[in-house]
Structures are given as structure tokens and as C-alpha cells.
Design a protein around this ligand. Structure first.
Ligand SMILES: [Ca+2]
Ligand SMILES: [Ca+2]
Ligand SMILES: [Ca+2]
Length: 197
């Protein structure tokens, strides 16, 4: 039986862990920003417009601002159908004080999901603090290639990648949502006990 004090206790732990500055990962995907990004909403749509994008469909996104001291940072982008070995080149840029800096090309393979990892130097730490901007130049050589992105994970100080990696995330509740669900469940239990009494 979940008591209200137990829920409050769990809530306090979640709240505390979310403000401490150890390893964190900021994930951008379809969840929470439908219609404002081209991260695919479902694996079934990985070959569909507007997610499966071509040379002229370059786009960008902005990570949430991350406060606190940063000692290491990495950007992990999950992409589908990066035909790198056949000549597909999709360049990833991050903005350093307003200037687009080439991080490198996506890696991956034909018809598979894969994460591409980019280490971010200390020159990006101030940009991360205000919200790192990222840009993808799809099919940089305009050779007829297309790619779909599922998520962009900005890992600070060893923050872990979001499961299930690296395909699209199926609407997993975040800690805040879990807390609300927990409070809701506790409320139901409490009401039932009151009715039973
Ligand atoms: Ca392009
Ligand atoms: Ca491709
Ligand atoms: Ca900078």
C-alpha cells in the first residue's frame, strides 16, 4: 500500500536528483515537440515525409539550457539509413557563439538505426549553458541520399543515452510525469480506503 508520506518522500528524492549537477542527458525527440521538429514520431514512419529528408531539407534544433559546471560533453544523434559506406555524407554542426562549427558526418548504415557520437570541446560549454543549437546538412554532396533522425542526446559529464537506443522513443514518461502518476495512484488508493472506512 502506497502512503501519501511515501509518495512525498519519493517526490523529494526525484526533485533533489533533478537539480544536482552530476551526469545529465538532455534528449530531444518527437515527444513534447510534435510539429516543431523532424524527429520521427514512430518507427513505422521512418521512410515517410516529413521525417525522411533529402539534400534540400536541412534543419536544426536547440537543446535545453543546462546549468552548472560542465567537465565533459558529448552529442549522440540517432539516425536511420545513413549510407556512409556508399557515399552518403550528412554533416552535423553545432553553434559556438553564433558560428556553425562542423562536428563531422553521421555514421551508420543502410536501413539501420545507429548513434553517431561527437565529443564537444570546452568552447561549447557556454553555449550548452544557454541551449546548444545543432544543425544537420543532409546529403552535403547532393548525391540523392536521404536520412531520418530519431533523437539527439546531449550528455553532460557522462550522462547515459536514452533507452531504447537508438530508434524512436515510444513516449516514455519522464520523472516528473512518473511523480504525478504516483500521486494520482496514491490518491486513488486513499479515496478507496476512505470509501471502505
Ligand atoms: Ca543538405
Ligand atoms: Ca540514406
Ligand atoms: Ca562557445
Amino acid at each position: 500500500m502506497v502512503s501519501r508520506s511515501m509518495v512525498l518522500c519519493i517526490g523529494a528524492v526525484l526533485l533533489f536528483s533533478s537539480v544536482s549537477m552530476a551526469a545529465v542527458t538532455d534528449v530531444k525527440d518527437f515527444t513534447g515537440q510534435p510539429g516543431t521538429s523532424y524527429f520521427v514520431n514512430d518507427d513505422a514512419n521512418k521512410y515517410s515525409s516529413p521525417y525522411y529528408r533529402w539534400a534540400g531539407d536541412d534543419w536544426g534544433w536547440t537543446h535545453s539550457a543546462i546549468a552548472g559546471t560542465i567537465t565533459s560533453a558529448a552529442l549522440n544523434i540517432s539516425a536511420f539509413d545513413v549510407d556512409a559506406s556508399s557515399g552518403e555524407v550528412d554533416y552535423i554542426y553545432a553553434f559556438d557563439n553564433g558560428n556553425a562549427v562542423l562536428l563531422g558526418p553521421l555514421s551508420g548504415g543502410n536501413d539501420i538505426w545507429a548513434f553517431s557520437n561527437f565529443v564537444l570541446g570546452a568552447n561549447f560549454y557556454d553555449d550548452i549553458a544557454t541551449g546548444l543549437q545543432v544543425w544537420i546538412d543532409i546529403d552535403s554532396t547532393s548525391s540523392g541520399w536521404a536520412v531520418t533522425l530519431a533523437k539527439s542526446a546531449l550528455s553532460i559529464d557522462g550522462g547515459t543515452l536514452p533507452p531504447p537506443a537508438p530508434g524512436p522513443t515510444a513516449a516514455t514518461p519522464e520523472p516528473g510525469t512518473l511523480l504525478l502518476l504516483g500521486i494520482g495512484a496514491a490518491g486513488v488508493v486513499w479515496m478507496r480506503r476512505r470509501k471502505a472506512a
